[in-house]
Design a protein around this ligand. Structure first.
Ligand SMILES: [Zn+2]
Length: 223
């Protein structure tokens, strides 16, 4: 039961302990078990039919309580749960990748009001003047740099790898830039030449109209 519940991944050891202790599960010595005790139990291969003797695993003669599959699943869940930090740590695109160009310190990342920023840690040069940079700006700059500069292979590889994860964002940004450019173009006023041509066209049209409007006087020679 402990194995089945824990394998769902929905229980911490503490919650599992609360639940099973409440259901009356006790140790061999009929005592309630601690969370640590549950962990020990869940990691004991004895329950799927083997036992460890002198560092070696032996097939036991006893009836296994759980299958090897279930046991493995439990170990998987426990490994995942034992690393909460790696899950909680935000996976920034540029984490640990860049150094400040001014002072050489590592560049760290943080989130402010929903935007990711890069910032010099200023560990060495306290008065480093480099400001915060928006992640999107950095991506634009790097994308531009990648097209014009050859980087050391490993750096380029890492950048490309990380930019690939950003690919959709870059594509979106590019689309937006193109759209903005098109909008700006449509707002551009016609240059002097276009104005002159238009005036010229109007002028011709006006002249033509004014000629049509003039009715030939009597006796006007027929053309
Ligand atoms: Zn710096």
């Amino acid at each position: 039961m402990a194995f089945e519940l824990y394998a769902t991944g929905q229980y911490t050891l503490v919650r599992l302990r609360e639940l099973l202790n409440a259901k009356g599960l006790r140790s061999v010595k009929n005592r309630t078990m601690t969370a640590f005790r549950y962990q020990y139990l869940l990691q004991n291969p004895f329950y799927y039919g083997v036992f460890v003797l002198n560092g070696e695993m032996h097939q036991g003669a006893h009836e296994p309580l759980v299958t090897k599959d279930l046991f493995d699943k439990v170990q998987e869940v426990m490994t995942r749960r034992s690393k909460p930090n790696s899950v909680r740590l935000k996976s920034y695109v540029y984490r640990g990748l860049l150094h400040c160009g001014e002072c050489g310190c590592g560049v760290t990342m943080e989130t402010q009001k929903g935007h990711n920023y890069l910032r010099c840690t200023k560990r060495v040069k306290k008065d480093c003047s480099q400001p915060y940079v928006r992640e999107e700006n950095m991506t634009t700059q790097i994308a531009a740099a990648l097209t014009s500069v050859s980087l050391p292979d490993d750096t380029a590889d890492r950048l490309v790898q990380r930019l690939e994860t950003l690919g959709i964002m870059v594509a979106m940004a590019t689309k937006k830039v193109a759209k903005t450019a098109a909008a700006a173009k449509s707002r551009v006023k016609p240059g002097p030449k276009a104005e002159v041509l238009k005036l010229e066209g109007d002028w011709r049209e006006n002249i033509r109209k004014s000629f049509q409007a003039v009715k030939p006087a009597k006796g006007w020679p027929k053309s």
